[in-house]
Design a protein around this ligand. Structure first.
Ligand code: NDP
Ligand code: BG6
Length: 509
């Protein structure tokens, strides 16, 4: 049954409260993501009165944990990671409906026990409760979990009704095109597409959702949003952190898989897609896929640059290079930085390069989308010492969320001197600083059944289609072409060369 799901940001708030009674089951319940993001998200939804009536939480994992110990773990996670202090009143409401089921992910009998447990909850509540399965395990067990959801009948629970079973799947969604296709095949073997919520947590960020509103709720941008007025678009997703304790994972991943193929491409899609016909999830996702399909194949030398961080200083503190980090091979060919030049071959964007870059251990943490407009004709304020900048509209995704526009103005005085000036809007000054975390929004949307902020199967595959040949070329080249950049810098020389070859420069965010 295809659902029409309308994006709630234009809806009355009461829609938000419209999630049916739900039992959220977290697979991988003792894990890092559960503690840092999922439990705090559930807690903050409860604090905002956004959880449905008869909400239940069930942890699932291989470790033998009692209900009581799981509740304690959850309370500790809230104390440590929630944006709000733990209140006994709010937590008490969830704690009494929080339980734990122990079992392996490939154990069919354990899934039958889980099914019985959910049935008992329904009977206790006295109504059919929507099951929402959140797969928060390493990807190696995504498939057995899905298969057992199918075999136990849980995947089809209440199918045909709005409170049917729903499944949230964490990233990474495959590691190349073939594995993403394989995972999609496993999914479609047990679930219908409208039951599936593939996570890209960037879509849950307030500022990423604001991109749609800025583009389509303001009439001043659309007439300029094309190759006639825009010179280039630069998307920077820079992190200060290194790989930390995640060396094992990162060695198999790298910047392209970890950040570019998913999060950064979502920013590209939302920036460049055509206006959707409506705010329905499918209308928006159709436009995103159309845009991704219009991106030209990448040339492995002229369109890309990759590098690893070397030792350096961040905030006055010395940091080791990537090859010195724990769990990293001394001859590792994994990139911690990638820069890409995308060419979009459609009516709107042909000839406008989209430059993407993402790296760990860069000068500071910042994610921004900078839209650089063409220079005005050089007849009036060209030469003669006039200080004229290109107009740049910059969406500051994080931190210090906001929007700014660089204009050129006259410096007050008796002679005509120009100077670039910046108009800024900051979330913190307009809305205050207590904005919801991405996972709050995503868990809530999945409960409501709104897939707008999740990735559709064809979307994931289209992005992998673009990047898989590059990943294969890099795997073959090993360290050849791998540049270095000092920790705490804005990136390697080969990324500078990439944009300079087109007459551009990276903007300093
Ligand atoms: P963890 O490594 O903490 O694993 C989660 C749980 O899965 C563990 O507590 C463990 O529970 C079980 N598990 C761990 N390793 C295995 C294994 N080899 N085989 C079977 N079960 C295993 O993962 P995270 O919580 O960090 O991440 C979960 C998912 O979320 C991953 O897909 C990750 O990519 C994604 N993610 C994580 C982020 C984060 O910040 N942590 C950020 C963005 C995405 P038990 O032993 O009880 O079964
Ligand atoms: C995750 C990556 O998906 O996103 C991490 O696996 C990265 O390597 C993180 O640090 C960044 O997320 P955020 O929300 O802090 O920008």
């Amino acid at each position: 049954m295809a659902e029409t799901t309308r994006h709630p940001f234009l809806e009355d708030l009461s829609k938000y409260r419209g999630a049916p009674p739900t039992t959220v089951v977290i697979f991988g319940a003792s894990g890092d993501l559960t503690k840092r993001k999922l439990i705090p998200a559930v807690y903050n939804l409860a604090a905002d009165n956004l959880l449905p009536p008869d909400f239940h939480l069930v942890g699932y994992g291989r470790k033998e944990i009692s209900d009581e110990a799981f509740r304690e773990m959850a309370a500790d996670a809230i104390k440590e990671f929630s944006r709000r202090e733990l209140s006994d009143d709010v937590w008490g409401r969830i704690a009494e409906r929080t339980t734990y089921v122990a079992g392996a992910y490939d154990d069919a009998a354990a899934f039958d026990r889980l099914a019985e447990h959910l049935q008992e909850i329904d009977e206790k509540v006295g109504r059919e409760v929507q099951p929402l399965f959140y797969i928060s395990t390493p990807p190696s067990v995504f498939a057995p979990i899905l298969e057992n959801l199918g075999a136990s009948g849980l995947a089809r629970k209440y199918l045909g009704q709005p409170h049917h079973a729903k499944v949230v799947i964490e990233k990474p969604f495959g590691h190349d095109l073939a594995s993403a296709r394989e995972l999609n095949r496993t999914i479609t073997g047990v679930l219908e597409e409208h039951q599936v919520y593939r996570i890209d947590h960037y879509l849950g960020k307030e500022t990423v959702q604001d991109l749609l509103v800025q583009r389509f709720a303001n009439s001043i941008f659309e007439p300029l949003w094309n190759r006639n007025f825009i010179d280039n678009v630069q998307i920077t997703v820079a992190e200060e952190v290194g790989v930390g304790a995640r060396g094992g994972y990162y060695e198999q991943s790298g910047a392209l898989r970890d950040m570019i193929q998913n999060h950064t491409m979502q920013l590209v899609a939302l920036t460049a897609m055509e206006p959707p016909g409506s705010l329905d999830a499918e209308a928006i996702r159709d436009e995103k896929v159309k845009l991704l399909r219009a991106i030209q194949p990448l040339h492995p030398t002229t369109d890309v640059a990759r590098a690893q961080y070397a030792d350096g200083m961040i905030a006055g503190k010395p940091e080791p290079g990537y090859l010195e980090e724990a769990g990293i091979a001394e001859d590792s060919g994994t990139e911690t930085y990638a820069a890409i030049k995308l060419s979009i071959n459609n009516w709107r964007w042909q000839g406008v390069p989209f430059y993407l870059r993402s790296g760990k251990r860069m000068a500071r943490r910042v994610t921004e989308i900078a839209v650089q407009f063409k220079r005005p004709p050089g007849t009036l304020f060209a030469g003669g010492g006039f200080d004229i900048a290109t107009n740049t509209l910059s969406f500051q995704i994080q931190p210090d969320e906001g929007l700014s526009l660089i204009l050129n103005g006259k410096v007050p005085g008796l002679e005509t001197r120009t100077q670039p000036v910046k108009m800024s809007f900051r979330y913190s000054t307009t809305y205050g600083s207590n904005t919801p975390e991405a996972y709050e929004r995503l868990v809530l949307d999945a409960m409501i059944g709104d897939g707008t902020l999740f990735i559709r199967g064809d979307e994931a595959e289209t992005s992998w289609q673009l990047y898989t040949p590059l990943l294969q070329a890099w795997a073959k080249a090993k360290r050849e072409g791998m540049d270095r950049y000092p920790a705490g810098s804005w990136g390697p020389a080969n990324a500078e060369a990439l944009v300079e070859a087109n007459g551009h420069r990276w903007r300093q965010p």
